[in-house]
Design a protein around this ligand. Structure first.
Ligand SMILES: [Zn+2]
Length: 379
């Protein structure tokens, strides 16, 4: 099985290169929006679904009308239409929202296929660029990339994400170990073997500076140079938090997957919880990200990630005698079983129960939520 993996590298374009890339982003966004408008109109008015080929065939006409589209590489423009086509497909297969127009303030990106970039002697050169980009090759290349996506984040940092088709992944040694994992807010993960991973609070740690930066931003005059600077400061703080959170969850998910053949987790629905007062804490703890990473890493490394049913009373049940006790509100961290008198740590008890329930689930051959083939590494 060949899988697609992506490595991201920091790039430092020169002023001219940044200018060309910014124009490329703009043109790709414009083409995306024109294609979407065209598609929407036809969908609404004629109940007709325009195929990709027809959308893609409009590009020369648009280039005729808007000559500046010819100043940038045409590959990212075609890719923009392809991305729209994927978004439409996702919508109809109920995997995504109805596609919306892209705005200048959102995430900026342009994708170059093999015919629009060159990698030679450690240099990455994009189409229409006379000189190579300055790239920090922080990780070795995994062969010749199939696509290069250039992005600029709101903090003003530039990245090149290179996609590779990998035939094999370095698979860690098989293991017989199984583990139950209870996810929570104070400890993001408590395992049935007694390990605790304290939930990082990167956002809370920076909340003070973030609030100050946001107040400073609010005071700046609209359209001023200082406002732009203040905006970047806020964005930089946000991206620092995001980077730290991603690093932390990557380490945790890799540890759990590497050391265990089966990982059992509770099938918690992060969605609705994310809309409650707990939202920030949950988001800060990075639950959703941890779950996604466990899922694709399990599929990479041939591990099973098995979810125990949502309504399984992992917290209320005594892992010693099996009696199901009262509901336990969140502040209750330790409790004593009224059946056998065992003293329980709330999360550890839950993790042990999840492990037992997971064993039961896999023994019946009843995998409740099989891990679908994930072939892409989200960042
Ligand atoms: Zn008991």
């Amino acid at each position: 099985m060949s899988i697609v993996c992506a490595h991201q590298y920091r790039i430092y374009p020169t002023k001219e290169q940044a200018d060309l890339l910014t124009r490329t982003f703009g043109c790709a966004r414009l083409v995306y929006n024109m294609a979407l408008e065209h598609w929407r109109d036809a969908h609404k008015a004629e109940q007709r679904l325009i195929p990709f080929r027809e959308l893609s065939a409009m590009l020369p006409t648009w280039k005729g009308k808007l000559p500046f589209l010819k100043e940038v590489s045409s590959v990212p423009l075609q890719q923009a239409i392809r991305h729209l086509n994927e978004a439409i497909g996702n919508f109809f297969q109920k995997r995504g929202k109805y596609p919306s127009f892209k705005s200048k303030s959102g995430h900026q990106s342009a994708t170059f296929m093999r015919n629009a970039f060159k990698i030679a002697d450690g240099d990455l050169t994009l189409a229409k660029m006379p000189h190579p980009l300055r790239v920090v090759w922080s990780r070795p290349l995994l062969g010749h990339p199939s696509t290069v996506t250039i992005t600029k984040d709101p903090a003003g940092r530039w990245f090149a994400s290179l996609q590779f088709e990998c035939a094999h992944k370095v698979v860690p040694a098989p293991s017989n170990a199984a583990i139950g994992v209870d996810v929570g807010l104070i400890d993001i993960a408590v395992t049935s073997c007694g390990k605790r991973y304290k939930a990082p609070r990167y956002l809370s740690q920076r909340l003070h500076s973030l609030k100050r930066a946001q107040r400073a931003l609010a005071r700046k005059k609209n359209g001023s140079r200082n406002r732009e600077k203040a905006k970047q400061r806020v964005a930089r703080l946000h991206s620092k938090v995001a980077d730290q959170r991603r690093d932390f969850t990557h380490k945790l998910s890799t540890n759990l997957i590497r050391d265990n053949q089966a990982i059992y987790v509770e099938d918690l629905d992060v969605g609705p919880l994310g809309r409650t007062f707990l939202a920030r804490a949950i988001y800060d703890a990075g639950w959703g990200m941890l779950r996604r990473q466990l899922k694709y890493k399990a599929s990479w490394y041939g591990r099973s990630l098995i979810k125990v049913p949502k309504h399984y009373p992992s917290t209320r049940k005594c892992s010693n005698c099996g009696i199901i006790g009262q509901k336990k509100p969140l502040p209750v961290r330790t409790w004593t079983c009224h059946g056998c008198g065992a003293e329980h740590d709330r999360d550890m008890n839950a993790a042990i129960n999840i492990l037992a329930a997971g064993h039961a689930v896999s023994a019946c051959g009843e995998v409740l939520s099989p891990v679908p083939e994930m072939d892409r590494q989200p960042s």
